[in-house]
Design a protein around this ligand. Structure first.
Ligand code: SF4
Length: 396
């Protein structure tokens, strides 16, 4: 069976490494210009070079996001930038705007992936984009898996579909709420996620106003629909989240990589129960409830999230393994924990190793009672735990 590409978000150089080591076949990132997530850390030119080297050494691809909707004055530096990206060996660029697409074709041979922001939802639009030289379509989140398969087959073009992450309530980001409520242009990288806020709602003919987050969508989770993605031959499974944490990137990448392994190695009758079992891991990262959104039928009222953002079992990152030796692993502490507590280490192979921290030491090998954030601590080493593995703990 040919498995689809697993494409993970890389909001920073460290997250790129985490995504690749936890099983992503490709990552998408943005430099400081022309992307749609100005709130993400985003990559300096030097970091892009280092990220490319790291990803390519691990057989992973790097796609650079250029999906803002620029005005003429925004495009002045674009030719120089895309020529530079091509010279560095970037595998493709992600573009929404027809002008940007034309300009990239004029100056480079970079493969172009059409961003979901362009809202490509049908085979006619897909054909038009293909005629313009686009090599892959990241379809709008409004198409079902079946429609995506149909577009792919009819037009003969690679398709990428979101399988996990936050959703826009607007058509794949064609939205100006952020512009009007916060003066930040969502189509030029400034979205403040105004749709997530609670608003005072005063219904006609009712005196009482109430607070509601009536525009906030639950998060997409397509793990149980993985067999449909495979059946339809979807080329790339995209996980949303360039603004999300290392723990989110590690957890989602690891879970979907494991899901793909299940489908590749186990008999189909076992898939559903095995995938359902895996969904428990996705409950452990902060989320806004989960929905399958429009993967099967168009998203409706039940995909609106009214609650507070949390996992059922809330976990937080305890730290990142920086180094391992025969006796010790060195952990960079990110949230405090007490000696004696058990931490869960997420291995790259997919296992979760429970490690009791009663042997907690400081960097000079002196016993410690409590690990403080931003400090380095030592714990007994375990062969399966490697540098850049993350440790999580159950939050209070
Ligand atoms: S405000 Fe919400 S719906 Fe609008 S672009 Fe931002 S995330 Fe999407």
């Amino acid at each position: 069976m040919t498995l689809p590409e697993l494409l993970a978000p890389a909001g920073s150089l460290e997250r790129l490494k985490v995504a690749v080591l936890y099983g992503a076949n490709a990552v998408y990132l943005s430099g400081h210009r022309f992307g749609l997530r100005s709130g993400a850390d985003n990559f300096t030119d030097t970091e892009i070079i280092e990220g490319l080297q790291f990803a390519h050494q691990h057989d992973a691809k790097v796609f650079v996001v250029l999906n803002a909707f620029p005005h003429d004055q925004d495009l002045k530096e674009m030719p120089e930038y895309v020529i530079w990206l091509e010279q560095q060996g970037v595998d493709a660029v992600i573009v929404s705007d027809l002008g940007t697409c034309t300009l990239i074709h004029q100056h480079t041979n970079l493969p172009i992936h059409l961003s979901t922001q362009a809202s490509c939802l049908n085979s006619w639009a897909a054909q038009a984009w293909k005629n313009l030289g686009v090599q892959r379509l990241i379809l709008g989140r409004e198409v079902s898996v079946q429609e995506a398969g149909w577009i792919r087959q009819k037009v003969g073009i690679a398709v990428e579909l979101f399988i996990h992450g936050s959703m826009c309530m607007a058509y794949s980001g064609n939205c100006v709420i952020s512009n009007y409520t916060a003066g930040r242009d969502s189509n030029r990288g400034g979205c403040v996620q105004s749709c997530r806020f609670h608003y005072d709602v005063q219904e006609t003919n009712k005196e009482e106003a109430y607070k509601a987050s009536f525009m906030s969508s639950k998060d997409l989770r397509g793990l149980e629909q993985l067999p449909q993605f495979l059946e339809q031959g979807i080329d790339s499974l995209k996980v949303e989240g360039r603004m999300k944490s290392n723990l989110y990137v590690a957890t989602t990448t690891r879970v979907y990589a494991q899901g793909l392994k299940i489908c590749a190695n186990e008999p189909p009758p076992l898939w559903q129960s095995r995938l359902q079992e895996l969904t428990k891991e996705l409950e452990r990262i902060p989320h806004r409830g989960y929905t399958e959104a429009s993967l099967n039928t168009p998203a409706g009222q039940d995909s609106i999230y009214q609650g507070h953002r949390n996992g059922e079992q809330r976990y937080e990152i305890a730290g990142t393994v920086l180094d391992t030796s025969e006796n010790f692993l060195t952990l960079l502490v990110q949230n405090p924990f007490t000696a004696g507590e058990s931490l869960e280490f997420l291995t790259f192979a997919g296992d979760t190793i429970l490690l009791n921290t009663s042997g907690l030491l400081d960097i000079q090998q002196r016993p410690l009672n409590r690990a403080k954030p931003n400090s380095l601590v030592l714990l007994p080493s375990i062969p399966q735990i490697k540098p850049l593995n993350l440790a999580r703990r159950q939050a209070a």
